[in-house]
Design a protein around this ligand. Structure first.
Ligand code: SF4
Length: 63
């Protein structure tokens, strides 16, 4: 799995952090997403994929 985030379209909603807090975080200064685990372990992959699906801005890509 390879997760990437486009911070130019992220709107800082925090849905990804709520859905997969081990995989995503938000920057303190602007709330934009950071990917903590671009290649998460098996047990976190379903949550990571769900986070990408639920992102309201389409900022997350899972490959
Ligand atoms: S769910 Fe999408 S828009 Fe919201 S913080 Fe995460 S990447 Fe950004």
């Amino acid at each position: 799995m390879r997760i990437t985030a486009d911070t130019t379209v992220c709107i800082g909603s925090g849905m990804c952090v709520l859905t997969a807090p081990e995989v995503f975080d938000q920057a303190d200064e602007d709330g934009l997403v950071t990917v903590l685990l671009p290649d998460p372990p098996e047990e976190l992959r379903a949550a990571a994929a769900e986070a990408a699906r639920s992102c309201p801005s389409g900022a997350l890509r899972v490959g």
